[in-house]
Design a protein around this ligand. Sequence first.
Ligand code: GLN
Length: 455
Amino acid sequence: LLDRVAAHEALGAFLSVDEDVALAQAAAADAWRARGVAGTGHSLLGVPIAHKDIFVTRDFPSTAGSRMLESYRSPFDATVVTRLAAAGAVTLGKLNCDEFAMGGSNENSAYAVARNPWDTGRIPGGSSGGSAVAVAARLVPAATGTDTGGSVRQPASLTGITGIKPTYGRCSRYGMIAFASSLDQAGPMARSALDCAHLLQAMSGFDPRDATSAEQPVPDFVAATTGLREGATAAQPLKGLRIGLPKEFFGEGVTADVLAATRAALAELEKLGATLVEVSLPRTELSIPVYYIIAPAEASSNLSRFDGVRYGHRASAYKDLDEMYRKSRSEGFGSEVKRRIMIGTYVLSHGYYDAYYLQAQKLRRMIADDFQAAFQACDLIAGPVAPAVARAIGSQTDPVAEYLADIFTLPASLAGLPGISVPAGFGEGGLPVGLQLIGNYWQEAALLHTGHALQ
Ligand code: GLN
């Protein structure tokens, strides 16, 4: 695999690879296997993976796709990294992403262009673009990603792989370089729902180091993914499952090819025994302004720690402390990050806080309530992940237009609900299209099971 990674360097999937670390971990896995410890607790023994460069690691650099952290080495591992290593996974390196996970194309990475293996002139999506490329190009069987407003689901959709964003609080955020703390969640990206289940099993669970991680029992995701639903049969594994289709997800704004692929996947689910019902998420459109107020607000606060003193980049010449801060931050951050810091600082400032931030928080609650109303009539919600297939690299220069493409992933993020993207089929140009399934809180197993049935 290391040779394969090197041979496909032009895809821009990896930001760092360390052969020595990978081979040492592989040798340790072999030794464990020889001692017969394979089995419970070592479910990923010897499985090669790679981490989005948003997770801090002792053995590799941790850049968050930013110049600001170009030479940064973390003194500790993120909890997700530790847990996957404890399950026996072997880490090959760190994966490209949009700077501080801000973006949906991977074009905001300060380091390399990530290319969609289905058409290398196109984006792989983002911000976990490197993770999606690495899995889609078969450089690794599985990778970690993070999803704040769609960054696991959207790149999975655009590259034809499977990715799940768990319920907020399911996986520890300890050691995940923070973008918007009330939204950030780690999630696995792999070839299938079953592979995702294996990773999620190892990644999940309460962590005393993350105050927002939940003391929620972790079910057996693998068994639930492959198991039979109550009342179902082998031929109709989804019998009794009610899938809600929010009418706002099937209106204008979705391209015809994506709509066709989505409908075809839904027809498959129906054949497998599921019932389709219409539901409504009336504030879907509002999720864009709400997210693009709350996420930048939290980002402006989280990114204040990059001051040229504590971590990362420091300007080489300055007159005084103030100029050191200013120059370090101007040099270290890219333009999208600066844009978000400015928006966030603005919406939090005196006089604008009530008008923007507080209103956004109220609407966020209403968006979450809309989901609960919809779940009265269905068990899962389904719809597109992204409004269109992967676009050409460099073809979008308007940041606001780019934000609009997040419309179908933001609602679940704002509500803290789990969401999965599974391959639905192909759209224009033979490019992959994903189907999104959204569940109620802690219902990841139902998402994995349904995704698995479709695969
Ligand atoms: N595209 C969204 C953004 O730019 C989502 C990013 C994410 O989930 N990390 O904020």
